[in-house]
Each structure stands twice: as structure tokens, then as C-alpha cells.
Design a protein around this ligand. Structure first.
Ligand code: UD1
Length: 418
């Protein structure tokens, strides 16, 4: 077990080289077994979720190699359609493997997926969509078994724009017989990335980024090399850190339209934002103002994956903020940790009411999930005194070289064993 030791109160300055998007790379890795040919994903981030997904592919019989920042997958010899529960429980994204395994082998056996402890996270939308494609599904003892010799394209209406369900449908439909039309699809930029990757492999997918996606099934896919989009959540995390500490920070590689609402909220706080092409610079100084209200929504709304970081910033702004979490039931578990640092926050169900305090102070806190952990780091960087953040395994799931990048900006942060 390791912890961060952070001395707060340093201004941040400089530019951050962003990693490839975690939420793009994970479905791309799942997609890699759709072909027997070699697939290369460039600039794969060095995070434990990617390592876990690579391990899942190896369990299936694929050869997965990391070299020079890239990951290469050769799945010609893959023959296994079962994913051990030890791995699916660790990584929620393993649920995408249902679509890929069905496309490749006509069958899939996986344990119910895990991931961050932020709510119920059911997979009913995934399963009912697969049924529409002709898949037979049985569930027993925490395992899901899916089978279908050849899936058939269908009209699928999603009640809610689930990111994972949309991606799973694409992975299942690319090699199904005929045409699939998904209405009510999630519009996240990472879905556009998946579409581009699948098309680079020879698939026929159109419409990603809108709420109607059409897939014309093809007989086979071929190998491809692909560079994923940069991580907009990582970009947002660094912008919040800069806002909380004061200073001037630039992130490069994220299109401003992909984080439009975040930039709007930071301007509301009183930060200056300069956005041009894919370069975003934040200037923050003096006491910031609370946002009146932040409400998480599917894209293009405010991302739930930045909710905790936004709350951490508001905790020491002037005024009051109402933070509403609409996506996940229990995504305020980090709040008691912020309270240890002096934050004045009241949580009722899906709403957090933040009364900004003059300054947070150092404390010993524990990261309970990935984004909640990032929020504690942001709070610590802006706080007075020394904070210890324990249980870095959650943060390691999604941020590569987090400490090194923050240190380069001028933060005082060490990683030490406990
Ligand atoms: C993805 C992201 C995650 C992000 C989330 C919302 C990845 C690897 N993860 O997760 O970081 O926080 O999108 O932007 O890309 N739901 C159902 N039934 C289902 C599926 C989902 O009720 O079958 C509900 C969930 O419980 C949740 C909401 O829909 O309340 C959003 O979930 P979804 O969009 O599916 O998120 P994930 O794909 O799990």
C-alpha cells in the first residue's frame, strides 16, 4: 500500500501532456478480439484498468504486448470465451467483452462486472439489447452465459443513453447479419472514437456522436493501428487542480467542445479560460466563487466523472453550491473525507450542498474510488498544511503518472509506502 503526501498551497504552472482516454482505450481493447489479425493501440495509458483488460485478453488466449507506449494484440490463437470472475469483478468494462466474445466465438461466459463502488450499476440495458440481436441469455450464481451462432441486426431503442450499453451493442452488431439501428444512443466522444476504430478495422458504423447509430454488419474485420483520443476527464482534473491552487496551466489535445460545460463552470468560478483548437489554458488567482448549481448529465452535460473534482474545488470557494448527481446513486462517498479537511458539505440522497469555507486544511484521508480519490488530491493541493491520501490503487486505475505530472507543474507531492 502506498500513499501520497501532499503539501498544499503551491501555485501550479506549466503544461500537461495528457494520456489517451481511459474510457476510449478500454472498449478499444475489447474490440481488438473482433479480428484474428494484429491490432495496435498507440499511446495506451499506463493505468491499472488497462493492465486488467490486457490480462482478460490474455486469459482468452490472446498475445498482448506493451512496447514503446503502444499495446499490440494478436488474438489469432484465442479460443476461450470465459472470463474469470477475479478479473470481471475488478473491472466493470469487462462487460464490453460480452459483445466482442459473441461476435468472435458466438458465446460468452462472464461473472457480473465490478468497477468503482459508486452505485448499483445494473446491466439490464446491455442484456436486453443483446436479446434483440438474437442472443440467448441465462444467468446463474453471479454468472451470465450468452449464446448465439450468428446475431441478426435489429432496431434497438435504449431507454437511457448508457455509454457501456451503446458500446456493447456496437461490438455485437459489427459482425451481425444485416443492419442494426440504435436509437437513444449515448453521444459521448469516446463512442465516436470506438466507431472510428471499428471502421478502421473494416466495420460499417455511422452516426456515433448523435443519438442514432447505424451499423451494417460485415462478415469479417481486419487488423488496424489506432491512436485514441486524449482523456477529457484527466484534462478536467488538471484544470480543477489549477483552479484550486491558483496559477496558469495548459492542457493540450482535448477539443473544447468535448468539455464545454466544464469550461463554462470554471469561468463561473472566476477562472480565465483560453481555448483555441485543442489547447486549453486556465488562469486562476485570488478567491474563486462557488458555482450556483452543477448537475451531472449524459454528454454533452456535465460529466459525472468530474463531479467529485468540482465539489472539491467548490469546497473552498466563496458562497454556496448545489451539486446534483444524476448518473450514479452513491457517488458522494468521498465527502466525509473532504469533511476531515474542514469542508462544509451536506449530502442528501443525490444532492450535495456545499458551503464554501475560507480554506481547507491538511488531514489523513482515504481514496474510496477513482474520481473521489482525484478530488481528494485536488483538495489537498489547495489546502493549508500537509495531507496524506491513502489507498492509491483507486487513483492508479485511471491516472498515469499523476504524481509526476503534478510535480512538474510545481506541486509538492510524494508517493511513499505505508
Ligand atoms: C461509463 C464510463 C464511466 C462514466 C459513465 C457515465 C467507461 C469505461 N466508463 O460507464 O467512467 O462514469 O459511463 O458517463 O466508459 N444503467 C442501467 N442499466 C444498464 C446500464 C447502465 O441502469 O444496463 C445506468 C447505470 O446504473 C448508471 C447510468 O445508467 O446509473 C449510466 O451508466 P452508463 O452510461 O452505462 O455508464 P458505464 O458505461 O458503466
Amino acid at each position: 500500500m502506498e500513499k501520497y503526501v501532499i503539501e498544499g498551497g503551491r501555485r501550479l504552472a506549466g503544461s500537461v501532456a495528457l494520456q489517451s482516454a481511459k474510457n476510449s482505450v478500454l472498449p478499444l481493447l475489447a474490440a481488438s478480439i473482433l479480428t484474428e489479425e494484429r491490432v495496435t493501440i498507440r499511446d495506451a495509458p499506463n493505468i491499472s484498468d488497462v493492465a486488467c483488460m490486457a490480462q482478460i485478453l490474455r486469459e482468452l488466449g490472446a498475445n498482448v504486448r506493451f512496447s514503446g507506449g503502444n499495446v499490440t494484440i494478436d488474438s489469432a490463437d484465442a479460443c476461450c470465451h470465459e472470463i474469470p470472475s477475479s478479473l470481471t469483478r475488478e473491472l466493470r468494462s469487462s462487460v464490453f467483452m460480452l459483445g466482442s466474445l459473441l461476435s468472435r466465438f458466438g458465446r460468452a461466459l462472464i461473472a457480473y462486472p465490478g468497477g468503482c463502488d459508486i452505485g448499483l450499476r445494473p446491466i439490464d440495458l446491455h442484456l436486453s439489447a443483446l436479446k434483440r440481436l438474437g442472443v440467448g441469455i441465462s444467468e446463474r450464481d453471479g454468472f451470465i452465459f450468452c449464446e448465439c451462432a450468428r446475431m441478426k441486426g435489429a432496431e434497438i431503442l435504449l431507454d437511457f443513453p448508457s455509454v457501456g450499453a451503446t458500446e456493447n451493442i456496437l461490438l455485437a452488431a459489427v459482425k451481425a447479419e444485416g443492419r442494426t439501428v440504435v436509437t437513444g444512443a449515448a453521444k459521448e466522444p469516446e463512442i465516436v472514437d470506438l466507431q472510428n476504430f471499428l471502421n478502421a478495422m473494416g466495420a460499417k458504423v455511422a452516426g456515433a456522436g448523435t443519438d442514432v447509430i447505424e451499423v451494417e454488419g460485415v462478415k469479417a474485420l481486419h487488423g488496424a493501428a489506432f491512436r485514441p483520443m486524449k482523456d477529457r476527464i484527466e484534462a478536467g482534473t488538471f484544470l480543477f487542480a489549477a483552479a484550486a491552487c491558483g496559477g496558469e496551466v495548459e492542457v493540450e489535445g482535448v477539443r473544447p467542445e468535448n468539455i464545454r460545460l466544464l469550461l463554462h463552470k470554471l469561468r463561473e468560478n472566476g477562472c480565465k479560460i483560453h481555448a483555441k483548437n485543442d489547447k486549453i489554458r486556465i488562469e486562476s488567482g485570488g478567491r474563486l466563487k462557488c458555482n450556483r448549481r452543477i448537475e451531472t448529465m449524459p454528454f454533452p452535460g456535465f460529466p459525472t466523472d468530474l463531479q467529485a473534482q468540482a465539489t472539491a474545488l467548490n469546497a473552498s470557494c466563496a458562497g454556496c453550491a448545489l451539486i446534483v448527481e444524476n448518473l450514479f446513486e452513491t457517488r458522494f462517498k468521498y465527502v466525509p473525507e473532504l469533511q476531515k479537511m474542514g469542508a462544509d458539505i451536506e449530502v442528501k440522497g443525490r444532492t450535495a450542498f456545499v458551503r464554501g469555507v475560507e480554506r481547507l486544511h491538511g488531514a489523513c484521508v482515504t481514496a474510496g474510488d477513482l474520481r473521489g480519490g482525484a478530488a481528494l488530491v485536488i483538495a489537498a493541493l489547495g489546502a493549508e498544511g500537509v495531507t496524506e491520501v491513502l489507498d492509491l490503487s483507486h487513483i492508479d486505475r485511471g491516472y498515469a503518472d499523476f504524481r509526476t505530472k503534478l510535480k512538474k507543474l510545481g506541486a509538492s507531492i510524494r508517493r511513499v509506502g505505508v
